[in-house]
Design a protein around this ligand. Structure first.
Ligand SMILES: *Cc1c(COP(=O)(O)O)cnc(C)c1O
Length: 404
C-alpha cells in the first residue's frame, strides 16, 4: 500500500481492495453456478451498504438483499430493478407495499405480515401479488431464532393465502446466523427442499437459503476457526443438491436459488489504516493508543484477533523499541475499547497500524460516539485511488440536534 498517498484522506481510513473483491466475487459465483445455473447471490446491504461497493455487485450481476426502506431506496438509487431486490426483515413498515407492487421479492417474517400483504392485495384485485415466507429452522443451534415462521404458521399461511384469488406464495426463505459449518448448510438445504415438496405441487419460483458462509480470509484469522469450507464445498451441499432435486424438470421450471452473502463477499476486502498516537505503561501493562476505535473495526475485533500489520513511519530510526504484549486500544474513553491484545514487535508513536479483514459490520455500525466517522478510499484495478466516502464532519454529527 502506498501510505503517503493516503495522507490527504485523514486517519483513520478505510481502504477497499477492489480488484481482490471482484476476483473473490467471481470465484464464489463460479463455484455456485457450475453446480446450479439458476443461482444468484443477493448481497446483504446491512453488512456494508457503501454505495460504490453495492454498485460493483450490480455491475457483476448480483441482486440486493435489503431489510429496510432506507436500504430499498438505496438499492433503487444505485440502479437495481425492483425484481433484483430481495426485501427481508422482521419489521417491514407499510411502505413495503410499494416494493411489493413494483415486483420486488418479499419474504414475510410472520403470519401477521402474511395477513397484511393479503389485505393489501385484496384492495387491488386487478394485480397479482406474489411473495415468499421466511422459514424458522432448527439446525440444532444453541438458541431459538426469533426470525421466520415455524411449521404451524407456515401451514396457516398457505391455508389462508389459498383463499385470496390474487395472492400467491411463490418462494421459501431461511437464514440462520452463527451456523457457518458445512453440515449445517447441508441440513438447511435438505430441510428447505423437503418443505418445497410438501407445500408446492409444482416447483416453486425460488428457494433462498440466506447467508452465513465463511469467506476467504487471511491465514492469521482463519487459524482461529475450526474448519473453513471452500466455496466448492458449500456449492456441493447447496447448488448440487438443488440441481439433483429438480433435474427432471426443464430449466425454465426449476426454481431460482438465492443465497444472501454479506460477510462472505466483503469482509476480507476492507482494511483500516490507523496511527499510534501514544504509548504508555501503567502498572506494568503497555498500551498503544491509536486514532481509531473498536467501533471502526466492528464486532469482529472483540470476537477474534484481526490480522494486524505495523508499518514504521519512513523517518523513524530502524532500531525502534521492541515491545512485548502490548494492548492496542482506541481513542474512546471506554475501558473495553481494546482492539488487539498481545501485540509484539517494534512499535513507536507515529507508526501506522493496519487492521485487515474488517469489511463487515464496521463502517455501517460506527456510532457517532465521541468522534465522527472516517473516510473510505478504493484502490482500483489501474492502481488509482478514489474516495468513496468522505470523512464525516462535526457538523454531520450535530446537524440533527436543535441548538438554543
Ligand atoms: C444479516 C443477514 C444476511 C447477511 O449475513 P452475513 O453473515 O453478513 O453474510 C443475509 N440475510 C439476512 C436475512 C440477514 O439478516
Amino acid at each position: 500500500m502506498n501510505l503517503p498517498a493516503f495522507d490527504r484522506y485523514g486517519s483513520p481510513l478505510y481502504v477497499f481492495h477492489e480488484p481482490d473483491f471482484r476476483a473473490n466475487y467471481s470465484h464464489f459465483l463460479h463455484s455456485m453456478r457450475s453446480e446450479y445455473e439458476k443461482y444468484t447471490p443477493a448481497y446483504s446491504f446491512k453488512t456494508n451498504y457503501t454505495p460504490y461497493i453495492c454498485g460493483l455487485i450490480r455491475e457483476m450481476g448480483g441482486y440486493a438483499e435489503v431489510v429496510s426502506l432506507m436500504e430499498y431506496k438505496l438499492a433503487r438509487k444505485i440502479g437495481f430493478e425492483p425484481a433484483e431486490i430481495i426485501y427481508n426483515g422482521p419489521d417491514k413498515k407499510s411502505e413495503i407495499y410499494e416494493a411489493l407492487s413494483d415486483g420486488s421479492i418479499i419474504n414475510a417474517d410472520s403470519y401477521g405480515e402474511v395477513l397484511r400483504i393479503c389485505e393489501y392485495a385484496q384492495a387491488d384485485p386487478g394485480h397479482h401479488y406474489e411473495f415468499g415466507l421466511r422459514v424458522n429452522l432448527d439446525l440444532g443451534q444453541d438458541f431459538v431464532s426469533r426470525f421466520g415462521m415455524d411449521e404451524q404458521d407456515i401451514e396457516r399461511s398457505f391455508e389462508y393465502v389459498k383463499s385470496i384469488p390474487n395472492a400467491e406464495i411463490v418462494g421459501l426463505h431461511c437464514h440462520i446466523s452463527r451456523c457457518r459449518g458445512i453440515e449445517a448448510w447441508e441440513k438447511r438445504t435438505r430441510i428447505m427442499l423437503g418443505l418445497a415438496d410438501r407445500f408446492f405441487d409444482h416447483p416453486l419460483k425460488y428457494i433462498d437459503l440466506g447467508s452465513g458462509m465463511f469467506g476467504v480470509m487471511d491465514d492469521e484469522l482463519a487459524a482461529q476457526f475450526d474448519d473453513i469450507p471452500s466455496y466448492d464445498d458449500y456449492a456441493s451441499v447447496t447448488c448440487r443438491l438443488v440441481n439433483e432435486h429438480y433435474r427432471d424438470y426443464d430449466i425454465s421450471d426449476r426454481p431460482v436459488l438465492f443465497t444472501e452473502p454479506g460477510t462472505t463477499l466483503i469482509n476480507k476486502y476492507i482494511s483500516l489504516v490507523s496511527h499510534v498516537d501514544e504509548i504508555k505503561t501503567v502498572r506494568g501493562r503497555t498500551f498503544a493508543v491509536l486514532d481509531c476505535s473498536e467501533h471502526n473495526l466492528g464486532e469482529i475485533c472483540t470476537l477474534k484477533k484481526v490480522p494486524v500489520e505495523v508499518i514504521a513511519a519512513p523517518d523513524h530510526p530502524t532500531d525502534r523499541p521492541l515491545l512485548k504484549d502490548v494492548d492496542l486500544v482506541g481513542y474512546t474513553c471506554l475501558e473495553q475499547d481494546v482492539m488487539y491484545t498481545g501485540c509484539n514487535g517494534p512499535l513507536a508513536v507515529g507508526d501506522t497500524v493496519v487492521f485487515h479483514n474488517v469489511g463487515g459490520y464496521s463502517n455501517v455500525l460506527k456510532p457517532p460516539f465521541i468522534r465522527p466517522g472516517c473516510a473510505m478510499i478504493t484502490l482500483r484495478d489501474d492502481g488509482s485511488i478514489l474516495e468513496i466516502k468522505r470523512a464525516e464532519t462535526d457538523d454531520d454529527v450535530m446537524s440533527t440536534y436543535v441548538f438554543e
